[in-house]
Ligand binder design. Structure first.
Ligand SMILES: [Zn+2]
Length: 173
């Protein structure tokens, strides 16, 4: 397993619609394992394939934050939201592609998601709490959408400029 570099916003690959996965290959399994390792290393609770430059509909997540609790690494292939609650929840979200920037985003409090696992089996689960926020944030990535797209244009611009500056500084190192 390898820790892969995470793309930092702004990057055209973070704005693209990802392709559905059509075949479960060894390469895809290796990508999923790398993505989990990259996510835990960051550390983060979710990571979508386009964030490591893989333009396919796959995401990983583990919202168990208690270090004493058993981890629950999840790999979701071709995830689809099949139901959303009317009730909403506001979370201060962040993103591994937008380091150290956080903002309140309101989303449905609970969602039902259908996906394919790494064995090719169909799965469906209803998520609540941080899991619901995380899975919606990651599915957005597969559609080229970032959490800052929910903010006002002014706030979004401010964060984007900060990221451009960060990238310029990184490039100089
Ligand atoms: Zn993100």
């Amino acid at each position: 397993m390898t820790i892969r570099p995470i793309l930092i916003h702004p990057d055209p690959r973070l704005k693209k619609l990802c392709d559905p996965v059509t075949e479960l290959t060894d390469e895809l399994r290796a990508t999923a394992a790398d993505m989990l390792e990259t996510m835990y290393d960051a550390p983060g609770v979710g990571l979508a394939a386009p964030q490591v430059g893989v333009m396919q509909r796959m995401l990983v997540m583990d919202c168990i934050k208690d270090p004493e609790a058993k981890p629950r690494p999840m790999v979701l292939i071709n995830p689809e939201v099949t139901w959303t609650s009317d009730e909403t929840n506001t979370y201060e979200e962040g993103c591994l592609s937008i380091p150290e920037q956080y903002a309140d985003v309101t989303r449905p409090a609970e969602v039902k998601v259908r996906w394919m696992d790494l064995e090719g089996a169909a799965q469906e689960e209803q998520f609540a709490g941080l899991w619901a926020t995380c899975v919606q944030h990651e599915i957005d990535h597969l559609n080229g959408k970032l959490f800052i797209d929910y903010l006002t244009p002014l706030k979004r611009q401010l964060i984007t400029r900060k990221m451009q500056k960060l990238k310029r500084e990184k490039a100089r190192l």
